[in-house]
Design a protein around this ligand. Structure first.
Ligand code: URA
Length: 245
């Protein structure tokens, strides 16, 4: 097994591409006559959302919340990811950005939005005087994602994954206490507002978790669709304006 793994690594395989492993060495099973299974008491189903909510509610600060998420075992994404991606920036910032999920670069670095989309995000917000590296809360950004683990091959988050991680996101927002939220892209809108359709939603302020929330195009979308940057500039100006109030 070890030699096989080393051979695969030598061939350049460095990440999981499916949620669960496939045993390609197993032989097809011969048809067996149906057997009566011995009666067994059903195992109680674990309510992974309730477990998440209890753990999240018990977290008294962001350090405790991070530890609670590290300890949460019910999301399969955890097993395929290199590490938890919790947040970046200044937790006292007036603006909190909520993205979708870590990609390859974020999975390696352990911080959200550090790849190409993240570089564009930094550039966009720098034009309205907001920075994740800023210590002054007026000019700072705080950044987290709906999912803290990278989905294999950057596939879309599954509804059940979003549902079970939502209590952690809700507590995250509660503990960070931003004045305003930016919901980056469809999945953030779905998690925070229960709505999808970013083309229609973007630029329209809504309330999410008791905070004014601005849906915006995801920077990964802007990399593919540069003409949408015009609307994004309008959204950034709307955010800047709101911060003055
Ligand atoms: N896209 C996201 O939504 N979040 C990240 O952290 C990186 C890319």
């Amino acid at each position: 097994m070890k030699a096989t793994l080393e051979w695969q690594i030598a061939c350049g395989a460095d990440e999981a591409i499916q949620d669960s492993p496939v045993d390609r060495t197993s032989l097809p099973k011969a048809e067996a006559p149906p057997r009566q299974a011995p009666a067994r008491e059903a195992e109680p189903d674990i309510d992974s959302v309730a477990v998440a909510r209890t753990a999240a509610t018990a977290a008294v600060d962001l350090t405790a919340l991070r530890a609670a998420m590290e300890a949460y075992e019910h999301c399969d994404l955890k097993r395929g990811a290199k590490q938890l991606v919790f947040s970046d920036g200044n937790a006292n910032a007036r603006v909190m950005i909520v993205g979708e999920a870590p990609g390859r670069d974020e999975d390696i670095e352990g911080r959200p939005f550090v790849g190409r989309a993240g570089q564009l995000l930094d550039l966009m917000f720098s034009h309205i005087g907001l920075f994740r590296t800023e210590s002054d809360s007026e000019k700072a950004l705080y950044i987290a994602n709906v999912l803290p683990w990278r989905p294999p091959q950057n596939r879309d988050p599954k509804p059940e994954e979003m549902k079970m991680m939502l209590p952690f996101l809700e507590r995250h927002v509660e503990l960070a206490g931003p004045d305003l939220i930016v919901a980056m892209g469809n999945h953030a809108c779905l998690a925070l507002l229960g709505q999808r359709g970013i083309t229609r939603l973007r630029g329209n302020w809504k309330m999410a978790l008791g905070k004014p929330t601005l849906p915006m195009f995801h920077p990964a979308y802007l990399l593919r669709t540069p003409e949408a940057k015009r609307e994004t500039w309008a959204d950034l100006l709307s955010l800047k304006d709101r911060l003055r109030k």
